[in-house]
Design a protein around this ligand. Structure first.
Ligand code: TRP
Ligand code: ZN
Length: 901
């Protein structure tokens, strides 16, 4: 909807629906320019409603043709994307006929066309672009749909549930009838009519039922569907084993489409995916792509229970399904990594690396959001456009809030809570409060521990809490007092923040690096070497006794495994951080100590301090890590410097190019100091990988490739043979991981001109690989030939490239969003050219696809953090967009909030 006004929807205004729809029968005659939809709705007044007897349906971008109520023609009133009929009976059948234009639908919401057919996307509010309906998740209905389309162009007709019937029609058309036995909200409706082929198999589920599994792709892509199919099978098995949840359908389909706004969609029995998260084989996909396919396939499959069987009462409850399902996909990936590991130690390390990746994402995407103009609790209180709330906060922080419940209740307790959740709510549309209540009820035997009263504040309060730690050591008594304080910075909508219930998993390291027994004052009996402290007050002290008297103060390892989504303001010095890096039994905290050490060096250098001593301590510690007998995947993350965006978040005032410069200098210094070891490791890993034979994306070999490619990245930073190694690796690569890593290293060094041309020629016909080609150029530190051409001109060149298109979201993201979000040094160029480009493209995209435009718009969220000159230019760019009449709700909300901040 385009308007100059903003309408705010509030959580506390929730009203039950006035009318319910028991069944929906759709007859959809698909046509590129004019699809005709006949909808037969069995409508009944909601006994729980006291609203007037007026039927209000949503409808957007529809051409009304006719309506009858119990067979009698009626004339609805239209306005404001609503269809209104006054004085309707208590129970009736409404038949509407409407038309829509899929070809003209560039929003990719509702019914739209991609190159090989018709597809739908109904979450959150797309169903109203298909037919008139109470388009809200608490109206759950039974659906049957008859699809018809031209057979030659659209030979495959798919819907939710089971295929009842199919056949031929006159004029070269054909039809299929699909019936979904489960009640569902309209946002889970889907259809596909396209030219596709499939890989299929049958699977016997836990209870012995046979299920047909299909992965549908474009003709020619069947050599890339297998990993998705395997991931689906693994997901189905995992949900049975870990949560006792079985597939409830006779048939489960995944369909890949190349024009898609997000990653994928969990439509009942008919998941629709961005091709990026389905198609993979060694020649076109990297190790990261393989892992992403597995996790997104898992994510959508897991929604079948957490989202579909139990759904959301209203969109404010989005994290009920998204936070929980992200948590589930994270756990699935970890369990898959562990299952593939040769030894328990490798399994533990692999799981830590996955956790580290997830925390990096949280810090890079969610922490800035929680401190900026779009800050919101995981259960927001208001929105102008719901599409703007599919955020890192709702998804990733939401997953952390589920994870903390598992940490507090224990794995068994969490499982009991999940069982109780499904026992109570299967088939219902519920709230986040219902979830927490089920967690409590399933764990009554735990007593006080299961009281999540204060914990619920995590759902209502935004902002990242800062936890500080102070220590007091009494060596004579062997007594350590640990005082933890918490404080959440106030925000505009929440000037007063309350203390949260923060689970702090910790250990204490003795002088030999081993974990000490943790006995709190007054406790008797066996003492564990790791435990959870429950920080609930603003300031709270914990007294540990029985520690080795006469020794130096034990070194605390706090927030192990990142047990809460907070910023830890630690008081550890360089020596202690290096000690933790070397000895902490918790791999996550070994990594974290390294990151903190790196950050302190970067901060010192940004201040202009002489950081020589700190730097050499860091280099030594990194050298030890590189030489130690550790899992390569772990060494890779341990040697990677914090990224520019995370560094920026730790600063009061950001000078983005200066951050990049200081980080580069440190990187070069590390590379010079460690060059012989890096080179030796690079070679040794190459030999080891060659010995394992054929490429496989398993965690062990992916870890080796990852570390080898990190060594290469360091080596290309310094004079020497790094560039030569990269060119040789590019030429010899037998898989996309190694080829792209070499190309990226060359691109950052400004020495990739020839290889970029070669890569383009090799992969010209593969859209997903071309996206990588665009992305690596838009995010590079230098232009391809290393000249001093202004970077923005290079980006403009990419935007004019024959293969570029704004209409395809993956392609649009690969250039303009990648540049604005992931290339801070050039986006924040002194002349403001990055911001001008931003404004131009936000406006251009808004005319085509408001959801994508709004995502781009968010790259100026943190404008207040930058230097005053840049702030002024960013503000002007924001104003230029805001001044444009007829913005989408999506973009208006984002720029409006940014300017108000
Ligand atoms: N529910 C989907 C998921 O998390 C994501 C989703 C929401 C989506 N809105 C969308 C996908 C719009 C595509 C387009 O898996
Ligand atoms: Zn989801």
């Amino acid at each position: 909807m385009r308007t100059d006004q903003t309408v705010t929807i509030r959580r506390l205004d929730y009203q039950v629906p006035a009318y319910l729809v028991d069944s929906v029968e759709l007859d959809i005659a698909l046509d590129a320019e004019r699809s005709i939809v006949e909808a037969r709705l069995a409508i009944r007044r909601n006994p729980a409603s006291t609203a007037p007897r007026t039927l209000v349906l949503d409808g957007e971008a529809l051409e009304f043709i006719s309506a009858t109520l119990d067979g009698q023609p009626v004339q609805p009133v239209f306005g404001d994307n609503r269809f209104t009929l006054a004085d309707v009976p208590d129970s009736f059948t409404l038949v509407t006929v409407s038309a829509n234009n899929p070809q003209a639908n560039t929003t990719l919401s509702g019914l739209f066309m991609s190159k090989n057919g018709f597809f739908t996307q109904c979450e959150a509010e797309g169903f109203r672009r298909i037919t008139y309906f109470p388009d809200r998740p608490d109206v759950m209905s039974r659906y049957r749909v008859r699809l018809s389309a031209e057979k030659a162009r659209y030979p495959v007709l798919l819907g939710n549930g089971n295929l009842l019937e199919e056949g031929e029609l006159p004029n070269g058309r054909h039809y299929a009838v699909w019936d979904d036995p489960f009640l569902k909200p309209s946002y889970l409706f889907a259809l596909v009519a396209a030219k596709l082929v499939c890989e299929e198999t049958t699977l016997t589920t836990g209870s012995g039922k046979q299920a047909l599994l299909q992965v549908w792709v474009e003709d020619g892509d069947l050599d890339k569907s297998h990993h998705a199919m395997e991931s689906l099978i693994n997901s189905i098995k995992w949900d049975e084993e870990r949560f006792g949840l079985e597939l409830d359908l006779d048939r489960f389909m995944i369909v890949a489409v190349s024009d898609f706004n997000m990653g994928a969609m969990e439509n009942k029995g008919l998941n629709i995916f961005n091709t990026k998260f389905v198609l993979a084989n060694p020649e076109v996909a990297t190790d990261i792509d393989f892992a992403n396919v597995e996790s997104v396939v898992g994510h959508e499959y897991f929604h079948n229970w957490t989202g579909n069987r139990v759904t959301c009462r209203d969109w404010f409850q989005l994290s009920l399904k998204e936070g929980l399902t992200v948590f589930r996909d994270q756990e699935f990936s970890m369990d898959m990594i562990a299952a593939a590991a040769a030894t328990p130690a490798v399994a533990a390390s692999g799981k830590a690396v996955k956790r580290i990746d997830d925390v990096r994402t949280l810090r890079a995407a969610q922490f800035p959001e929680d401190a900026g103009p779009m800050a919101h609790p995981i259960r927001p209180d208001e929105y102008q456009e719901i599409n703007n709330f599919y955020t890192a906060t709702v998804y990733e922080k939401g997953a952390e809030i589920i994870r903390m419940q598992q940490t507090i209740l224990g794995r068994d307790g969490f499982r009991r809570g999940m069982d109780e959740y499904f026992r109570r709510h299967d088939g219902q549309a519920v709230t986040c409060d219902d979830f927490v209540a089920a967690m409590e009820a399933g764990n009554a035997q735990l007593g006080e521990l299961a009281d999540l009263g204060q914990f619920r504040r995590w759902y209502s309060q935004s902002g990242t809490p800062i936890v500080s730690a102070e220590r007091e050591w009494d060596p004579a008594a062997g007594r350590l007092t640990l005082t933890l304080s918490q404080q959440t910075p106030p925000s505009a909508s929440q000037p007063v923040k309350l203390p949260l219930h923060i689970p702090v998993l910790l250990g204490l390291l003795g002088s030999d690096g081993a974990d000490l027994p943790l006995r709190l004052e007054g406790e008797t009996g066996a003492a564990p070497t790791e435990r959870v402290l429950h920080l609930k007050e603003a300031r709270q002290s914990f007294v540990f006794t029985g520690l080795p008297a006469g020794e130096a103060m034990p070194v605390p390892s706090l927030l192990r495994g990142f047990s809460a989504p907070v910023v830890l303001d630690h008081d550890l010095d360089t020596r202690e951080l290096a000690f933790l890096m070397a000895h902490d039994s918790d791999a996550f905290n070994r990594w974290e100590a390294g990151q903190q050490l790196m950050l302190s060096v970067i901060h010192a250098r940004l201040r202009g301090d002489d950081a020589a001593l700190q730097t050499s301590a860091l280099v030594e510690a990194m050298h030890r890590t590189l030489e130690a007998d550790l899992d390569p995947g772990f060494v890779e993350v341990a040697l990677a410097l914090p990224d520019e965006i995370y560094i920026a978040e730790t600063l009061e005032v950001v000078d983005a190019p200066a951050v990049a410069r200081v980080r580069d200098e440190l990187k070069r210094q590390i590379a010079s100091a460690l060059a012989p070891s890096l080179r030796a490791r690079y070679t040794a890993l190459g030999v080891a990988l060659a010995a394992t034979g054929e490429y496989r994306p398993d965690p062990a070999s992916a870890g080796r490739r990852g570390l080898r490619n990190l060594c290469l990245r360091y080596l290309t930073e310094i004079d020497g043979d790094g560039i030569g190694l990269a060119r040789a690796q590019y030429a010899a690569a037998t898989n996309m991981t190694d080829r792209l890593a070499a190309l990226t290293a060359l691109a950052h060094a400004g020495a990739a001109k020839m290889e970029l041309e070669d890569f383009f020629k090799r992969h010209e016909n593969d859209a997903l690989v071309l996206d990588k080609w665009f992305t690596l150029q838009s995010t590079a530190a230098r232009v391809p030939d290393g000249s001093d051409q202004r970077f923005v001109l290079h980006v403009l060149g990419l935007l004019k490239h024959a293969a570029f298109s704004l209409r395809n979201p993956n392609r649009a993201r690969s250039v303009i969003l990648q540049f604005c979000m992931n290339n801070p040094r050039h986006f924040h160029a002194d002349d403001g050219s990055g911001y001008e480009l931003w404004a131009e493209y936000v406006l251009k995209l808004d005319g085509l696809n408001p959801q994508i435009a709004a995502r781009l718009a968010r790259s100026l969220d943190r404008w207040r953090r930058h230097t005053p000159e840049r702030q002024a230019r960013m503000r002007a760019a924001l104003q230029r967009v805001a001044d444009k009449p007829e913005l989408s709700n999506d973009v208006r909300e984002i720029v409006g909030k940014a300017l108000a901040a």
